[in-house]
Design a protein around this ligand. Structure first.
Ligand SMILES: C[C@H](NC(=O)O)C(=O)O
Ligand SMILES: [Zn+2]
Length: 571
């Protein structure tokens, strides 16, 4: 009788107030650390982290005293059940948090040193080499240097981290993911077949072998997760190259602040919220030049006080960074929309929703129409060949990402549930990336790797223990959202630009305000009318490209089909 709804109401109010303070202070201390990596700031962050780590299980245990099955109020039932499970998410051990900080900092501070002369950090230097170098040896130097710089240091630490993590494996979540992966197979398989032949023409047999694998350093991205920088080598219609938007941005003297303003303007054009004035003062939009060590990986921050939101990014003036800023401003928009909810519900309907809001907007922002209207393109039209070229560019970002996004947490969940033993972490990582353990994954390391290294740690999300399956689901979800917003649009989905769309406002505003207060299928239905994640919209978007790829692959006599798939080259 004692633990009744009245008591629950008071308990939740008490939780609400204390949590808001604890979380705000934790975010502030963490922000201070990642934007100025010093021993003092790390201590302060760890102190706030331990307060947060104690606060959660304390209230989690208390929440379990309530028999919520007898309660009426749905919101209260949902809040209490979230609290009852909350302490599983946090491992209170202080040394665990110290390990996390050490791994994330090691990643952020790692550099690759030239024989004589400067040491290069990942952003912007090594990423610049990977994106623009046309010298295979230089690509190999940067790729291997980075894997060694991070992977060597984290080898032992990651094993301790796994030992301390009491994470329960969530492999069961995989069954529907696997089904989505299957659905996307034709698109990826045809793209890969075509890529393999085009790159073979450019690099020859010594680099692109008959197995159809493409060494990870040749894809002009440090993790071979986005292949857009090799578009020039695989352009379907080379006589109609896409305009270089980065060059146009630089010729128009774009600055990072203008890139953020442009992204914000897109959201306000949908009738959504503008960013609070302090956003422009407190955000870190460029890599500091005052000698401070910072964590450059782009991220959006909510300080759980209903007004303080920030982005941290070491912005370079490139189209890639402009689209990344659209993505981050999607997170900011979500923070602003759900800010009046209880802190328990201040999150996306699920983590993939948080990623998909910004990525959905990048689909409009990458459209020919939007870029043309913004003066970032000069061609007034796109003929069907130029459209295939355009779709190839988007596919190298979105479709190439499929196996990578899928295997990141497949690897981690196998590590956590013990399927992958600690003496073979590196070998199992590369087995997933290339060894045929995962269909459609063909990125071998360019040089043999050993267990002295921990190459998965060369990716931020592994070193910073940020889950990744959210990006795989978001890849499908963002097209579903884009399609829903395009409901009033005439013409193919890839030409849709939701800028200034009033339909978007209606669809998005009510939904984003829900935060995580409702089950995500209910939220998905409000935007798209469906309750299931579906690859249909993604397949519709890329249909003109897939048609072209299938025709081209057949014309070239390529043999598709897994597992006897191989790039057949006339010698
Ligand atoms: C896709 C993911 N994006 C992000 O972290 O913002 C990444 O960069 O790997
Ligand atoms: Zn994101």
């Amino acid at each position: 009788k004692f633990y009744n709804e009245t008591m629950a109401k008071m308990f939740l109010q008490f939780y609400e107030h204390t949590a808001q303070v604890v979380w705000n202070q934790f975010m502030e201390a963490t922000w201070n650390y990642v934007t100025n990596i010093t021993k003092k700031n790390r201590e302060e962050m760890l102190h706030k982290d331990s307060e947060r780590s104690q606060h959660m299980p304390y209230f989690g245990t208390w929440a379990r005293l309530f028999k919520i099955s007898r309660f009426q109020d749905p919101d209260m039932k949902r809040m209490l059940s979230k609290l009852q499970n909350i302490d599983k998410a946090v491992t209170p051990a202080a040394q665990y948090n110290m390990l996390l900080a050490y791994m994330e900092t090691t990643y952020s501070m790692a550099q690759v040193c030239l024989n004589e002369g400067p040491c290069l950090p990942l952003e912007p230097d090594l990423e610049e080499v990977m994106a623009t170098s046309r010298d295979e040896k230089e690509l190999l130097w940067a790729w291997q240097g980075w894997q060694d710089a991070v992977g060597h240091q984290l080898c032992i630490t990651f094993k301790c981290y796994v030992q301390l993590s009491n994470r329960t494996a969530k492999l069961n979540g995989y069954k529907d993911m696997g089904q989505l992966y299957q659905e996307l197979q034709p698109l990826y398989l045809n793209l890969h077949t075509y890529m393999c032949r085009a790159l073979h023409r450019h690099y020859g047999s010594e680099l692109i072998n008959l197995r159809g694998s493409i060494p990870a350093h040749l894809l002009r991205n440090m993790w071979a997760q986005f292949w857009v920088n090799i578009l020039d080598l695989v352009l379907p219609f080379p006589k109609k190259p896409l305009e270089d938007i980065t060059k146009i941005m630089k010729s128009q003297h774009w600055k990072p602040s203008k890139m953020f303003e442009r992204a914000e303007k897109f959201f306000t054009s949908l009738g959504l919220l503008s960013t609070p004035p302090n956003f422009w003062k407190t955000s870190m939009m460029e890599k500091p030049t005052d000698g401070r060590e910072v964590e450059c990986h782009a991220s959006a921050w909510d300080f759980y006080d209903g007004k303080d939101v920030r982005v941290k990014k070491c912005t370079e003036v490139t189209i890639e960074d402009l689209l990344s800023i659209f993505h981050q401003m999607g997170h900011i928009q979500y923070f602003l929309q759900y800010k009046n909810l209880s802190v328990i519900f201040c999150a996306g309907a699920n983590p993939a929703f948080e990623e998909a809001v910004g990525s959905m907007v990048t689909l409009s922002a990458s459209s020919h129409k939007y870029l043309l209207n913004r003066g970032l393109l000069s061609h007034q039209h796109q003929d069907s060949e130029e459209e295939v070229n355009f779709l190839m560019g988007i596919a190298l970002e979105k479709i190439a990402f499929i196996p990578f996004a899928y295997l990141m947490d497949l690897f981690r969940w196998k590590v956590f549930d013990g399927t992958i033993q600690k003496d073979v972490y590196n070998q199992e990582w590369w087995n997933l990336r290339w060894g045929g353990q995962l269909p459609l994954s063909w990125c071998p390391p360019p040089v043999p790797r050993t267990e002295d290294y921990f190459d998965p740690g060369a990716k931020f999300h592994i070193s910073a223990s940020v889950p990744y399956i959210r990006y795989f689901i978001s890849l499908v979800l963002q097209f579903q959202f884009h399609d829903a917003l395009a409901s009033g649009h005439v013409g193919p989905l890839h030409r849709c630009d939701s800028y200034n769309s009033k339909i978007a406002e209606k669809l998005l505003e009510d939904v984003l305000k829900l935060g995580s207060s409702k089950p995500w299928p209910e939220v998905l239905q409000k935007i798209t009318g469906q309750t299931k994640v579906s690859a249909k919209a993604l397949m519709t978007y890329f249909k003109p490209l897939l048609d072209w790829l299938v025709t081209e692959n057949v014309r070239q006599g390529e043999i598709l089909g897994w597992p006897d798939f191989s790039c057949t080259f006339e010698e």
